[in-house]
Write a protein that binds this ligand. Structure first.
Ligand code: ATP
Ligand code: MG
Length: 365
């Protein structure tokens, strides 16, 4: 897993040249500075992005989440200048791309690859031809094209499929071809718009592992749009949440998952983790358990366990874990657990008070 600024290994084949500032701080690879985007004009105008300020560091696997129409695709399409900003600045590798000519933008775009939900492969060309296409456009000599395509086929594990056509491939294989094609010209940034949404869970896992290798072995910064929190959990180190064009939350995946600030984020996280009992669950739990039901936030520490063990030792308290789960990320664990507390009213109250001293506790009602 990459760790932001220090993520990309030194000397990796396509490791981006990181713009350095004085001292040890590294300038972000991609910066959005108060960026807005409006489509159309007058009464039909749609504000797709509103005042978004955001940094993506070299080496990040940066996830963007948000509901339908939140502005995710627009944001990513602005990174490779497929959409222009209505206001604000987008700075990439130290260059403000909002002021560049179309010719200069082509240069910026050549440093980026993109993959898509529907793969966007050319059906009339075999795998080799699809991967070689961007090299042909960039006027690479034939022998260099061949060496590069072979290297990429090897990297994505499709050497034996070079002469197959897209229609002869599985979804996961098609996305591997998409990734190889996107990497052909050695970009420093890979943009992935819902790149696993059309895949089953097992294939998704394979593609995510590949994206992780693109990041760790090739030093490529990866920006993934997804509506699947599991994708965020499994590969990203940082995440931004968009809601109706606004950036409502950004941080490390652990920060955002364990302490979501905005309601929209909280709902996203809860829907992915399913650790908070919903109405039906609560009814079922109440039928099954006669004790007091409380929902506790579990984080990295063991104080909850110690409180429960202590109260059970010094009073008539008994407890059980009846719902929920704990999720583990590379920088910590968190989740919500519903507890059933059984005992005299006094010892149950004391237990809840002691738990409240160490974590967030809600009564399940
Ligand atoms: N070319 C366009 N012309 C007019 N409106 C557009 C255009 N592209 C996007 N929009 C509008 O901008 C808003 C943001 O769209 P965007 O495609 O960025 O959302 P999204 O978060 O990617 O959604 P989804 O999850 O459904 O893909 C939406 O209201 C959309 O209708
Ligand atoms: Mg989209």
């Amino acid at each position: 897993m990459s760790t932001g600024a220090e993520g990309a290994p030194a000397g990796a084949p396509s490791s981006p040249d990181r713009p350095r500032t004085d001292g040890d701080t590294v300038a972000p690879l991609i910066q959005f500075q108060d960026v807005s985007k409006t489509f159309g004009q007058g009464p039909d105008a749609v504000s797709a992005l509103r005042g978004v300020t955001l940094d993506i560091q070299a080496g990040d696997i940066f996830a963007i989440i948000g509901g339908s129409g939140a502005g995710k695709s627009t944001l990513v399409r602005m990174i490779n200048a497929l959409e222009s900003a209505t206001a604000g600045h987008i700075v990439i590798e130290g260059t403000d791309i909002t002021t560049l000519s179309e010719r200069e933008l082509r240069q910026v775009r050549s440093r980026m690859g993109m993959i898509f939900q529907q793969f966007n492969l050319m059906r009339s060309r075999h795998v080799y031809g699809n991967i070689a296409y961007p090299l042909k456009i960039a006027k690479w000599p034939k022998d260099k094209q061949k060496a590069r395509v072979t290297e990429l086929l090897n990297f994505v594990g499709l050497l034996d499929k070079a002469w197959s056509y897209p229609d002869q491939l599985s979804g996961g294989q098609k996305q591997r071809v998409g990734i190889a094609r996107a990497l052909a010209t050695n970009p420093s940034i890979l943009l992935a718009d819902e790149s696993t949404s059309a895949l089953d869970p097992e294939t998704t896992e394979d593609v995510l592992r590949l994206l992780q290798r693109v990041n760790s072995e090739l030093g490529v910064t990866v920006v993934v749009i997804t509506h699947e929190m599991d994708v965020v959990r499994s590969i990203a180190n940082r995440v931004a949440v968009l809601d109706r064009g606004r950036l409502i939350e950004v941080g490390s995946v652990y920060e955002v998952f364990s302490r979501p600030q905005a309601d929209t984020t909280r709902k996203f996280v809860e829907s992915a983790l399913r650790d908070r009992p919903d109405g039906v669950d609560v009814e079922r739990l109440k039928q099954r358990h006669q004790g007091r039901l409380v929902l506790v936030d579990v984080t990295n520490d063991d104080r909850i366990g110690r409180v429960l063990a202590h109260r059970a030792r010094v009073s008539d308290l008994e407890f059980d874990f009846v719902f929920g789960g704990i999720t583990s990320l590379h920088d910590g664990s968190f989740g919500k657990i519903t507890l059933e507390l059984v005992g005299s009213p006094d010892s149950v109250d004391r237990t809840v008070a002691d738990l409240r001293a160490v974590t967030v506790v809600e009564d399940v009602a």
